[in-house]
Design a protein around this ligand. Sequence first.
Ligand SMILES: Cc1cc2nc3c(=O)[nH]c(=O)nc-3n(C[C@H](O)[C@H](O)[C@H](O)COP(=O)(O)OP(=O)(O)OC[C@H]3O[C@@H](n4cnc5c(N)ncnc54)[C@H](O)[C@@H]3O)c2cc1C
Length: 466
Amino acid sequence: MASSTLVWLRNDLRIADNPALAAALRHEGPVHAVYVLETDRELRGLGGAAKVWLHESLAALSGALAERGVRLSFREGESGKIIPEMVRETKAERVYWNRRYDPAGRTHDAAIKTALRADGAEVASFNASLLVEPWDIATKQGTPYGVFTPFWTALREKPIPDPIGRIEKHEAISAPALDFGKRPAWAGGILERWAIGEDAAKRVLSDFLDDLLADYPNDRDLPRKDGTSRMSPHLRFGEIGPRQIWFAVRHLIDSKPSMASAGEKFLSEVAWREFSYHLLYHRDDIARHSMQERFDEIEWRSDSKALKAWQKGQTGIPIVDAGMRQLWQTGWMHNRVRMLTASLLTKNLLIDWRKGENWFWDTLVDADPANNPASWQWVAGSGADAAPYFRIFNPVTQGEKFDPHGDYVRQWVPELSDVPDKWVHKPWAADPEILNKASLKSGTAYPAPIVDLKASRERALSVLKR
Ligand SMILES: Cc1cc2nc3c(=O)[nH]c(=O)nc-3n(C[C@H](O)[C@H](O)[C@H](O)COP(=O)(O)OP(=O)(O)OC[C@H]3O[C@@H](n4cnc5c(N)ncnc54)[C@H](O)[C@@H]3O)c2cc1C
């Protein structure tokens, strides 16, 4: 009987354009796949919302793999032990996986690779999750990029490999039942909102390109509109890869040149993800260390009451509370509002960006090892190519600009449903009668702001400029 191959799945939960899986299926013998929910101490474990997504995604993938003759196993524990065990159990002579790019993950994988090779296995790794490997893109001086725009210019010059076309199939097997344990009670809002898995990812992309891309440059900043792709959790778990997105947009532009500028804008956002991965790969643990060292000297405030109010969407600043409630209920938040909530925490409340990053890590379905810390550091001002420390978002004027009629606020903060547009982003300035009426109607009073926006802005400027 031909020898077997083990595919170790991580952030690549798809059949199409999955180089490790495609390589395994080119061999004749049995192909096994495993996902390990890793508990190794040196690795960052998944957050709660991401785990909910993961389980649904694996359940969908298990069926699709079985149709191609691949049995998926789900294990929880230390991958450093489980992968060699699986190799023994399946008598695999080959082990394939797609790469990850965080420093701890890379060191971990390199050690596993060395141990497996010492035991005689053939081990190979591939690129499933980036357009260009981080070591294949560098400045003229040969150094990594620290600024987005030249990075994007360089990326556009690079040849992007076509997604893998045909994939071999082995004889179908029946899909194994996977045991993920009990689903948390709060998962309902996430499962209601999202269709999860590779087929859903393809549908979401195609609907976005057909219906929303043309208006994306304008609509992407309006939180009430469904004007962005919502591809982020699908990309996070690799239910779709960036090469598939890249070529779908390029083909669309070729067939419909009027879509060129919207298509380019969308691809430039996908390139921000690439840039985050470039930073993740080249910098030292961006979830723990500020990229600009002086930010690790800042005396951040310790204010657990304010942190809790922020997490629960009870700060009294409407657009911030709307965003934090959207996050809690659906596992996702609009990009503009992510910036505003992060700015309130790190600037007005002067709370360490890592506290916010951790909360997002636990509550976002798209919690991404590169995008999350890189974006938090961008807002805090501590990152590469970050907003300068003195750029502090004003959530009132931002709300008035991007949610002019307060539709987004009213959707997530029902206490403000009856507050007129003029006051919806600054209810503290309205006649108390108006607020009393609104809270009587909704049955809950909306809190007063936990921080004075003007005074806290001054405080942030004086602390951050030191
Ligand atoms: C504080 C903060 C935390 C964030 N945390 C995450 C995170 O954990 N995971 C995550 O995927 N994104 C994160 N982002 C970036 C961005 O908000 C999301 O990628 C975007 O809102 C996802 O929605 P979408 O797929 O509809 O985006 P679209 O506008 O449709 O963009 C398409 C894709 O491009 C990428 N992209 C878009 N904007 C950015 C950006 N600013 N930076 C990096 N990549 C981008 C994403 O992969 C996204 O799915 C964060 C932003 C901020 C300000």
